[in-house]
Design a protein around this ligand. Structure first.
Ligand SMILES: CC(C)(COP(=O)(O)OP(=O)(O)OC[C@H]1O[C@@H](n2cnc3c(N)ncnc32)[C@H](O)[C@@H]1OP(=O)(O)O)[C@@H](O)C(=O)NCCC(=O)NCCS
Length: 373
């Protein structure tokens, strides 16, 4: 029984999950028991999404049919397109997705929990379409066709964004990023989604809750903040000086540290290798050098290590993705994890309603408004 509250619930076990382990001794990061190193090396995002939603790795035929099922759910309802068109051009893409998810909940509502799997598939498939439809309408005045025959979410998104199919290794770079972002135990947005599910609300509400919680820079928004930091410096020496100044001013450096990991984020090594490869290939080596110097300064000065968001930023940048779309990419991936958590919560539900330690004033006599000083 917890009697005193830990600030930010740090270290508090708030429930059970069979979905993933984060930072457990002897496990590292696993999704349903499979290591993130193996999954990011050998699996596709679709394979991982199946694993999260079903509990087991798919057989070949299951994966083919799952990918096809995702492919045919990429269209957008006309009413959603109209709403995307009237959203402001300057909206943050996370606000666009949060709104888009909510609108889908009105247009194709979940009328019974039996539809939950179908809705998770629909959202996984249609989020990239929503974002790119809104983006192109407002940035080039085009009403794009949102259905492609690309066989993965990564390839579909890059195709829609750039207007042409992307090279295979670029699709793989994004695919790996989606795998790394797909699931992470009781992180803030997942926990928020589970709380929503625990009230017996619908799946769209759970995912909308997740998107809103993910948006902040202490959570998903850190990848955008990392990019802004990295590209604010002209070279590694300037970055070292700049980060030292920020630390002296007691500012946080986004993309470093973690609530659960204490020495390393196992996802960072994987994404760092992709960052190196892509910065080399796109002649953006200075961005990689700046990133490595910031990492060295953070290790030396604070003993802090990069989390997934730090090197993911340069990977996305090298893929030609606008910075404000970085956190939405996290949404594309984490929709698999959020949905699986909602299914799990629903499978053994009890309302999540913790208690608070009261620290306000003692009982007081009510003073009528005309007698207040
Ligand atoms: C992730 C994070 C929120 C975890 O926070 P937490 O467990 O609550 O830890 P705290 O914020 O209390 O930090 C503990 C100490 O480390 C410092 N610290 C933690 N992360 C830091 C960072 N990124 N830059 C500078 N200092 C940092 C804090 O200032 C604090 O120092 P103090 O004890 O001298 O005050 C935190 O590390 C952070 O804000 N990181 C940057 C945002 C980010 O990258 N988020 C994505 C997470 S995957």
């Amino acid at each position: 029984m917890i009697t005193t509250s830990e600030a930010g619930l740090a270290g508090v076990v708030a429930g059970q999950t069979a979905l993933s382990t984060v930072g457990k001794k002897g496990f590292g990061l696993t999704y349903r028991g499979y290591s993130i190193e193996d999954l990011s090396e050998h699996a596709s995002f679709e394979e991982v999404a199946w694993l999260l939603l079903h509990g087991e790795l798919p057989l070949y035929e299951q994966l083919v049919s799952f990918s096809e099922d995702l492919q045919v759910r990429r269209s957008l309802p006309d009413h959603l397109k109209q709403i995307l068109e009237i959203l402001p051009r300057k909206s943050h893409p996370m606000d666009v997705l949060r709104t888009g998810c909510s609108v889908m909940g009105c247009l194709e509502p979940e009328e019974s929990a039996e539809q939950q799997y179908e809705i998770a598939m629909r959202l996984l498939s249609s989020f990239p379409s929503m974002l790119c439809y809104w983006h192109h309408y407002h940035h080039s005045g085009q009403r794009i066709e949102v259905e492609t025959d690309d066989d993965s979410i990564a390839a579909h998104f890059l195709h829609l964004l750039h207007g042409t199919p992307a090279a295979e290794h670029l699709c793989r770079a994004l695919d790996v990023s989606l795998i790394l972002y797909a699931e992470h135990e009781y992180n803030a947005s997942t926990f928020a989604a589970r709380i929503t599910a625990s009230t017996m609300s619908d799946l769209y509400s759970g995912i909308t809750t997740g998107i809103g919680t993910l948006r902040g820079p202490l959570h998903g928004g850190a990848n955008e903040a990392s990019m802004e930091l990295i590209e604010s410096y002209v070279n590694a020496d300037a970055a070292e000086q700049g980060v030292m100044d920020r630390l002296a001013a007691k500012q946080k450096i986004m993309g470093f540290g973690h609530r659960v990991y204490k020495t390393v984020d196992p996802r960072s090594d994987v994404i760092k290798r992709w960052s190196h490869t892509l910065c080399d290939e796109t002649a953006l080596v200075p961005l990689y050098e700046i990133s490595e110097r910031i990492e060295a300064v953070m290790r030396r000065e604070k003993g802090l290590f990069p989390n997934l968001d730090f090197y993911a930023a340069t990977v996305f940048h090298c893929l030609g993705i606008p910075t404000t779309m970085f956190t939405p990419l996290f949404v594309f991936a984490r929709t698999a994890g959020w949905s699986a958590h909602v299914f799990e919560q629903r499978g053994n539900n009890r309302l999540i309603r913790p208690a608070a330690e009261y620290n306000g004033p003692g009982p007081r006599v009510f003073v009528p408004i005309n007698e207040r000083a």
